[in-house]
Design a protein around this ligand. Structure first.
Ligand code: GRF
Length: 202
């Protein structure tokens, strides 16, 4: 069955592109019903237009309060009526209302092996901490930041010569594999959340 997926992104959108590519290749049994962005300058918008995906700009700065912004975002998400909401580099923290409204139907990608290095600059945190292995995590979204049940993780070595940028690039390569893969598993109805654990039907 073809699923409806909606993507929410704030910036470059390379993960969004990986999802578009996997849909176009027939790997993910879904159609992308819309891109929502809080940033009118996001390059993700160009990617959506090239793929004929409708774009909704909900410009954070044009709302008088965070609450009104979140209400507009919630109603845009409801309008899209997606089976899955994909946070692909959405750079704000979602309010509780939205998280609860789409519980079990929203995934995020984070450039670290959670639960290590949550929040911003995860790759820099990894380099500075001195870990030898880093990676990315795709997880369901719950009310805590970078915290929900983990679907997939992929790891990379951290080299002695690495800085934030070189490590970020190595991790990003794995993100572009992990994210479409996790979304495919969701769309094929293979994921079950059991407490904090996600089981994958093979
Ligand atoms: C990625 O590193 C992702 O893990 C994080 O934000 C970044 C988005 O990059 N959540 P892009 O916009 O997908 O290129």
């Amino acid at each position: 069955m073809m699923r409806r997926i909606a993507v929410i992104a704030s910036g470059r959108g390379s993960n969004f592109q990986a999802v578009i590519d996997a849909i176009q290749a027939g790997t993910i049994p879904a159609c992308c019903v819309g891109l929502i962005t809080d940033n009118p300058e996001a390059y993700a918008i160009v990617r959506a237009e090239k793929a004929n995906i409708p774009v909704l700009v909900i410009d954070y700065r044009s709302f008088p309060s965070r609450d009104l912004y979140e209400r507009a975002l919630l109603s845009a998400m409801q309008q899209l009526d997606a089976d899955l909401y994909v946070l692909a580099g959405y750079m704000r923290i979602l309010g509780k209302g939205i998280v609860q409204a789409f519980s079990g139907k929203m995934v995020n990608i984070h450039p670290a092996l959670l639960p290590s290095f949550t929040g911003l600059h995860a790759q820099r945190q990894a380099v500075e901490y001195g870990v030898k292995v880093a990676g990315c995590t795709v997880h369901f979204v719950d009310e805590h930041l970078d915290c929900g049940p983990i679907i997939l993780q992929r790891c990379v070595p951290v080299l002695e010569t690495d800085d934030e940028d070189s490590l970020a690039e190595r991790i990003l390569y794995e993100e572009h594999i992990a994210f479409p893969e996790a979304i495919r598993l969701f769309c094929e109805d293979r994921l079950t959340i059991v407490g904090r654990r996600v089981t994958i039907r093979r």
